[in-house]
Design a protein around this ligand. Structure first.
Ligand SMILES: Nc1ncnc2c1ncn2[C@@H]1O[C@H](COP(=O)(O)OP(=O)(O)OP(=O)(O)O)[C@@H](O)[C@H]1O
Ligand SMILES: [Mg+2]
Length: 385
């Protein structure tokens, strides 16, 4: 289970460290940094596939993703005594994202290329450092593997041993060097992070893949675009938590039930509703109904991931559906850790009391965690480059 998430220099997240629980609910007003926190987690998963630099490029590259405010915000700036202004930088430009878990932790540190090396990719982010450790926070004594520029070393019984001197600046040591014999901890971590699942704005428009009839194969994990919804629902009913799914659909849509029709190997999802002479096909369902079914298929997956991250799942759901959605999140949390970013106060409260709540607020353009002081902030110090 992930215990701490730390982000520094990423969009409005200048310096944020939060504790994660079994279920963590992230709330906050518009523009407070909720989606940025979601994206930061996704960047970590991208790093494990060697795709972090490309993902950052799609977001506009480092110049637009780096924190746009001053390196530090002084007390007098916070009190409004002096205007917010840039001060002489004391350190290099850095974007850092890391997490600790109850086994291994990982942090990556990205920056801009050094100007003395001529390149046409002068805005291309570079991975400057990466660290893997065991325990609750990065500490020199608990490091297991580290990367400084192109050089990667791992700790062995005999001390630090070099793995490579030539790792490209755009590759992560997780994706390139996860060698079961020489770097088993990198492999373990990589496989864990690759298994994290992210669902953000599942498509429900009239051309959404989830509305189409599709070839049905056993589908324990719903595709990110929902194109295998009918197969995923059929799989849950056959080998998974079919009862929980049926209860959720019954509670959400007043006595309705799901049915998957198979014809020549192609599956069509049907919703049978009381009072209707025929069930409705997926392409006839409303956006909110379809989104609820997509979330159900994702959350009740018979092959639960270590971590589920959901961004604003409540979009286009009627308030009446938030209770059943919260019930599914709780059911899913028996098998998986969940981070849920939401705008919806009713959803956040329907999740009950035993969840970790993080409320983000914005102060001088910077995301802060409401109610977090020096003492309640989880301990975290970024490893050196
Ligand atoms: N490079 C940057 N430096 C500082 N702030 C930035 C940077 N890029 C974007 N921002 C700001 O970060 C804020 C956080 O955006 P984000 O999308 O995470 O908000 P949100 O909480 O998800 O909002 P919403 O509820 O509207 O979805 C925005 O106000 C945006 O203006
Ligand atoms: Mg958002």
């Amino acid at each position: 289970m992930l215990t701490t998430l730390a982000i520094s220099g990423y969009r409005s997240l200048r310096d944020v460290v939060v504790e994660l629980g079994r279920v963590t609910v992230v709330t906050g007003a518009n523009g407070t940094g909720k989606s940025s926190l979601y994206r930061a987690l996704r960047l970590l998963a991208d790093a494990s596939r060697g795709e972090a630099v490309a993902a950052l490029a799609r977001e506009g590259g480092l110049p637009s993703t780096l924190w746009a405010g001053p390196e530090t915000i002084s007390g007098s700036m916070r009190r409004g005594e002096v205007p917010v202004q840039g001060t002489r930088r004391t350190g290099p430009v850095r974007l850092q994202i890391g997490f600790a878990s109850d086994s291994l932790g990982y942090a990556m540190d990205l920056g801009l290329p050094q100007r003395d090396v001529p390149t046409r990719f002068e805005l291309d982010p570079e991975i400057k450092a990466e660290h893997v450790w065991s325990g609750p926070a990065p500490r020199p004594a608990s490091m297991l593997a580290q990367r400084h520029g192109p050089v990667v070393t791992t700790r062995t019984d005999a001390g630090w041993e070099g793995l490579t001197h030539g790792l490209p600046s755009y590759s992560s040591m997780l994706s390139e060097l996860a060698d079961p014999a020489r770097a088993p901890e990198l492999l373990t971590l990589r496989e864990q992070m690759r298994g994290w699942r992210f669902y953000d704005h599942l498509r429900t428009d009239s051309h959404a893949p989830a509305r189409a009839t599709a070839v049905g194969t056993r589908t324990p994990v719903l595709a990110g675009d929902g194109s295998d919804l009918a197969a995923a629902i059929a799989t849950i009913s056959e080998i998974g938590r079919g009862d929980t799914l049926a209860e959720a659909v019954d509670a959400a849509f007043d006595g309705s039930s799901l049915q998957v029709e198979a014809e020549n190997g192609r599956f069509t999802l049907l919703l049978r509703q009381p009072g209707m002479l025929r069930p409705l096909r997926a392409d006839e369902l409303s956006d909110g109904t379809l989104r609820f079914l997509l979330l159900a298929a994702a959350l009740l997956s018979p092959r639960p991931p270590q971590l589920f991250v959901l961004n604003e799942p409540e979009t286009s759901l009627h308030p009446d559906l938030l209770g059943p959605l919260a019930a599914m999140v709780r059911a899913a949390s028996e098998h998986t850790q969940i981070v849920l970013v939401t705008h919806s106060a009713p959803l956040a409260s329907a999740l009950g009391d035993d969840v970790t709540r993080i409320e983000l607020v914005k102060e001088l353009g910077e995301t802060r965690v409401a109610g977090q002081g020096m003492l309640s902030r989880p301990s975290w110090s970024w490893p050196k480059r």
